[in-house]
Design a protein around this ligand. Structure first.
Ligand code: SF4
Ligand code: SF4
Length: 470
C-alpha cells in the first residue's frame, strides 16, 4: 500500500510514501527524496529474515546474541513491568549457573572475530549477585571482546558491585522514568545521595563527566552507563526525564546517555492502565515526542530516538525492502537467544519457561528448538497496511488480542511522531496528515486517513513551537 503524506508550514507539500520499499516521492515533481547524509550509491544486498509465525516457526543457530535469564525476582514491585506476569520463576541455584557454564561450549561457539553480545537479565539482576558474579567472571574470561550488558533498577548498587562492573567492562543501563518514576515505584534512587555518588562514579569511569574522586578507566574503554526510560501516560517527555535525572545527580546538562523503550507496551491488564487511554492522551504523546525530536531536545541526546530516525533515513537512501525488515527487538533472529540457567529457551528474556507457550525447547537439543510463540509483522494484517512499519518493525512479536491492539496503538503513535520528525529534518515542514491511496487503509479496514500534527494555523512557519504547546 502507498500513502500520501501532507506536510505543512510556509508551504504545503505532498509526498508519496511506499513502506514496502521505503520509497519517498515528491508528488509535485515526481523526484525520489533522500536525505543528503544518507545517499547510497550502487546496489545494496539484503539478508531476508524468516517470517516467523506459529505455523512457520523460527529456529536458533549460530548464536551470537546471548540473553541469560537468571530469574524474575525483584526487590521492587513496580506498577508496570514487562516481566510482572512471571515473577514466580526464581531462576535456579548457584549450582545451575555453574552447570550452565559447563554446558555452554556444547551449543555456543562463536568465532574469535564474531561480534558477540551477552546480556544478564533478572528480574533485578543484582538480586542474583552470587550467580551474576560467577557468570560474568567466567564469560569475560572466555569472551574478552564480547559486549556485556545489564539492566538494573540501581537500588542494590554499592562500591563492590560498581568496581566489578567497571573491571568486567559492562554496559550498565539504569531503568528510570524521570518525573514519572514515582508512578512506577515510590522509591527514587536519585533521592539517595549514596546512590547518586555511585552513579557519578560510573559516569566518570565511562568518561561522561569529570570526577576527581573517580577518574575514567583508560584501560577499560568498553565500560558504559546509560539510563533507560519507559514512557507512560504520566509522562511523554524524554527531555523532562533527562532534566530530572541530571538535576538530581548534579551533573551538567547533556552528560547522561539515555535510551527509551518507547511507550509502554501493555503486556498485561495492569499495564493497560498505564498507557495512553484516549485520543487526547495519544495526541499529547504524539506532539510531545515530535516537537522534542524536531527541536533537537532528544536528538542526538536520546540514542533510541536518534537511531530510529537515522535508520529510517537510511531506509529511504537504500530503498529498504520490507522483506529485509526483522522484528523491532530482534528476538526473531536465529542468532539471538534467550535462555535460563537450566538451558530452557524462551521467546525472549521477558517471559518464563514455566509458561509452556513460551518454552521453546532446551539448548541441549538446539536443533529442535522452535520459535512457535511469535508473529513477524508481515504476518499481521495491521502491519501489512501500516505507513510506519519501517520505523516500528511490528511492536511486540508475541502479544495477541486486546493487548496486541493496544500495543499497536501506542507503537503507531510513537512511530508516527518519529516519522514526522524525520520528515521535518528533510523538508522543514510538519507532517499533518496521512491518506491511504488506491482504496487502501491505515492498519484497520475503514481507516483511510490519519491526522498527525495539528498546527494552530494551517500555514504557520513555527511548526515546532505550535506542536510543543498543542
Ligand atoms: S504501528 Fe502497529 S501496525 Fe504499524 S508496524 Fe507497528 S505494530 Fe504493526
Ligand atoms: S518479544 Fe520482543 S518486544 Fe516482546 S517482550 Fe520480548 S523483547 Fe520485548
Amino acid at each position: 500500500m502507498t500513502y500520501r503524506l501532507t506536510l505543512e508550514g510556509d508551504v504545503t507539500r505532498h509526498l508519496i510514501y511506499d513502506p514496502t520499499t521505503s520509497t519517498l516521492i515528491d508528488e509535485g515533481d515526481g523526484n525520489r527524496m533522500v536525505h543528503p547524509a544518507f545517499v547510497t550509491e550502487g546496489p545494496v544486498s539484503w539478508t531476508v529474515p524468516h517470517r516467523v509465525s506459529p505455523t512457520a516457526p523460527g529456529y536458533k543457530k549460530d548464536v551470537r546474541v546471548l540473553k541469560i535469564q537468571m530469574g524474575f525476582r525483584c526487590n521492587y514491585a513496580c506498577a508496570y513491568c514487562n516481566q510482572a506476569s512471571w515473577n514466580s520463576f526464581l531462576g535456579g541455584a548457584v549450582e545451575d549457573a555453574k552447570l550452565f557454564l559447563r554446558n555452554l561450549d556444547g551449543w555456543f561457539h562463536p568465532t574469535s572475530t564474531d561480534d558477540i553480545r551477552i546480556e544478564f537479565w533478572g528480574g533485578e539482576p543484582f538480586v542474583y549477585w552470587a550467580k551474576l558474579k560467577i557468570l560474568g567472571e567466567e564469560l569475560r574470561r572466555r569472551f574478552p571482546r564480547a559486549r556485556f550488558n545489564v539492566i538494573t533498577n540501581g537500588s542494590l548498587l554499592d562500591d563492590e558491585k560498581v568496581d566489578w562492573l567497571i573491571a568486567h567492562r559492562f554496559g550498565v543501563q539504569i531503568s528510570h522514568d524521570g518525573p514519572a518514576q514515582t508512578y512506577r515505584n515510590p522509591e527514587d534512587i536519585l533521592d539517595d545521595p549514596e546512590k547518586c555518588r555511585l552513579i557519578r562514579r560510573m559516569m566518570a569511569a565511562a568518561g561522561q563527566i569529570e570526577d576527581e574522586e573517580a577518574p575514567p578507566c583508560p584501560n577499560e574503554p568498553d565500560f558504559g552507563l546509560g539510563f533507560g526510560t519507559v514512557l507512560t501516560r504520566w509522562n511523554f517527555s524524554l527531555a523532562a526525564v533527562r532534566r530530572h535525572i541530571e538535576d538530581k545527580l548534579g551533573v551538567p546538562p547533556g552528560s547522561i546517555s539515555s535510551n527509551t523503550e518507547e511507550i509502554l507496551l501493555p503486556y498485561d491488564d495492569d499495564a493497560m492502565a498505564c498507557v495512553p487511554r484516549d485520543e487526547a492522551e495519544h495526541r499529547k504523546a504524539l506532539h510531545t515526542l515530535f516537537s522534542e525530536a524536531a527541536n533537537g531536545e532528544t536528538v542526538p541526546g536520546c540514542n533510541s530516538v536518534r537511531n530510529k530516525i537515522e535508520d529510517f533515513l537510511d531506509s529511504l537512501g537504500k530503498s529498504r525492502p520490507i522483506a529485509a525488515l526483522g522484528q523491532k527487538c530482534g528476538m526473531d533472529r536465529e542468532d539471538t537467544i534467550a535462555v535460563n540457567l537450566m538451558g530452557e529457551v524462551t521467546t525472549c528474556h521477558n517471559v518464563s519457561a514455566e509458561d509452556a507457550h513460551h518454552n521453546l525447547g532446551n539448548v541441549a537439543g538446539l536443533d529442535a528448538v522452535r520459535l512457535t510463540s511469535a508473529r513477524h509483522h508481515q504476518t499481521r494484517d495491521e502491519c501489512r497496511a501500516c505507513p510506519v512499519v519501517q520505523l516500528c518493525k511490528g511492536s511486540c512479536m508475541f502479544l495477541e488480542g486486546d493487548h496486541w491492539q493496544a500495543a499497536c496503538d501506542v507503537s503507531f503513535t510513537y512511530n508516527t511522531a518519529m516519522l514526522a520528525a524525520a520528515l521535518y529534518y528533510m523538508t522543514g515542514l510538519t507532517l499533518t496528515r496521512i491518506d491511504a491511496l488506491d482504496d487502501g487503509h491505515i492498519r484497520r479496514p475503514g481507516v483511510a486517513a490519519a491526522e498527525v500534527i495539528r498546527l494552530a494555523s494551517p500555514h504557520s512557519s513555527k511548526a515546532m513551537e505550535t506542536a510543543a504547546h498543542a
